[in-house]
Ligand binder design. Structure first.
Ligand SMILES: Cc1cc2nc3c(=O)[nH]c(=O)nc-3n(C[C@H](O)[C@H](O)[C@H](O)COP(=O)(O)OP(=O)(O)OC[C@H]3O[C@@H](n4cnc5c(N)ncnc54)[C@H](O)[C@@H]3O)c2cc1C
Ligand code: FES
Length: 279
C-alpha cells in the first residue's frame, strides 16, 4: 500500500499528489514512469514521475481524469492509499549538454517535461520552454517551468490566457529565429507530439517524444505497448517511452490507442453510476 501524503487540484480535472514510495524516490530519473493499480479490481495504468524527493521518500504524480482508473485516483484523498505501485520503469531521458534545447509540454504533459527541463538546465543547456493547454483552467506549473528555463512561452488554444494558439507556433518561431537549437523535447497528447515533430523536421532538429501507448505489465512481456519507430517494432515500456519523433509511425499509435474505446466508455459509465448511487 502506498500512502498519498499530499493532494492538490491543479485544475478541475488534473490532480497532483505526493505518494510515499522511498525505494522509487531513491532511484528515479527524469523521463521514467510508474505503473499503479488503484484498487484490487483496478487496471494497471502508467503515470510519469513528475518529481521525487529522496529525503522525504516521496514521488509526485500528476494525473488527468480521462477514464475509470484516473477517476478512481482522483477520488482518493491525502491519507488514503494506492494499492500497487511499481517503478521506476522505462529508460531515463538522455541528459547531456546539447547546447540549446526547446522543451515543449502540452496539457498534462507539462508535468513530465518539468524534471527533464530542470535536468537539462543543470547540465548546462540553454532551456527554452513552451507550455500550452486548451484553456486557462487546464494550465498548471507555469512558475515551476519558468524557474528552470531561460525563456518561457505560454499558449492556450482558446486564448483565455497568455498567447492564443498552439505550441507549434512559438516552436516554429524559435527554430526560425534561433538557428542554434540542438534538440527539442515534446511531451503531451500524441497529436501534439506528431505536429511538433512535423514542425521540427524541415529544420533537421532531433526531436524526442514520450509515447503514451496503452501499457499493461510495463516490463516488455505483454506486447501491449507495441509501437513502430524507424520501421522497427519497439515496446514503449522498456525501449522508451522516449523515441525520435521523426521516426514514429503515428498512425499506428493513434489506432492502437483507440483499441479499447468502447470498453473504456462503458467502464466509466458503469463506475460513475455505481459511485453516484453510493455517494
Ligand atoms: C509512459 C506513460 C506515461 C503516462 N503518464 C501520464 C501522466 O503522468 N499523467 C496522466 O494523466 N496520464 C499519463 N499517461 C496516460 C495514462 O496512463 C492514461 O490516461 C490512463 O491509463 C487512462 O486510464 P483510465 O482508466 O483513467 O482511462 P481509460 O478509460 O482506460 O482510457 C482513457 C484513455 O487513456 C488511454 N489508456 C487507457 N489505459 C491505458 C494504459 N494502461 N496505458 C496507457 N494509456 C492508457 C486510452 O488509450 C484512452 O485513450 C501516461 C501514459 C504512458 C504510456
Ligand atoms: S506494457 Fe507490456 S510490453 Fe510494454
Amino acid at each position: 500500500m502506498y500512502t498519498i501524503v499530499t493532494k492538490e487540484k491543479l485544475s478541475p480535472v488534473i490532480d497532483f499528489m505526493k505518494v510515499k514510495a522511498p525505494a522509487i524516490a531513491r532511484k528515479a530519473k527524469p523521463g521514467q514512469f510508474v505503473i499503479i493499480r488503484v484498487d484490487d479490481v483496478g487496471e494497471r495504468i502508467p503515470l510519469t514521475l513528475a518529481d521525487w524527493d529522496d529525503k522525504e521518500g516521496t514521488i509526485s504524480l500528476v494525473a488527468m481524469q480521462v477514464g475509470t482508473s484516473t477517476y478512481k485516483l482522483a477520488y482518493l484523498n491525502a491519507g488514503e492509499h494506492i494499492l500497487n505501485l511499481v517503478g521506476p520503469l522505462g529508460l531515463p531521458s538522455e541528459i547531456e549538454k546539447f547546447g540549446t534545447v526547446v522543451c515543449v509540454g502540452g496539457g498534462v504533459g507539462v508535468a513530465p517535461v518539468f524534471p527533464i527541463a530542470r535536468a537539462l538546465k543543470q547540465a548546462g543547456n540553454k532551456v527554452i520552454s513552451i507550455i500550452g493547454a486548451r484553456s486557462r483552467d487546464l494550465l498548471f506549473w507555469e512558475e515551476r517551468l519558468r524557474s528552470v528555463s531561460d525563456e518561457l512561452t505560454v499558449t492556450t488554444d482558446d486564448g483565455s490566457y497568455a498567447r492564443k494558439g498552439l505550441v507549434t507556433e512559438p516552436l516554429k518561431e524559435v527554430l526560425e529565429k534561433d538557428k542554434q537549437v540542438n534538440r527539442v523535447i515534446a511531451i503531451g497528447p500524441a497529436i501534439m507530439m506528431k505536429f511538433c515533430s512535423l514542425t521540427t523536421k524541415p529544420f533537421g532538429v532531433k526531436t524526442i517524444v514520450s509515447l503514451n501507448s496503452i501499457m499493461v505489465d510495463g516490463t516488455g512481456m505483454c506486447g501491449c505497448c507495441r509501437v513502430s519507430v524507424g520501421g522497427v517494432t519497439k515496446f514503449a515500456c522498456v525501449d522508451g517511452p522516449e523515441f525520435d519523433g521523426h521516426e514514429v509511425d503515428w498512425n499506428l499509435l493513434f489506432n492502437r490507442q483507440r483499441i479499447y474505446c468502447d470498453e473504456e466508455k462503458s467502464s466509466l459509465e458503469s463506475w460513475k453510476s455505481c459511485h453516484c448511487q453510493s455517494a
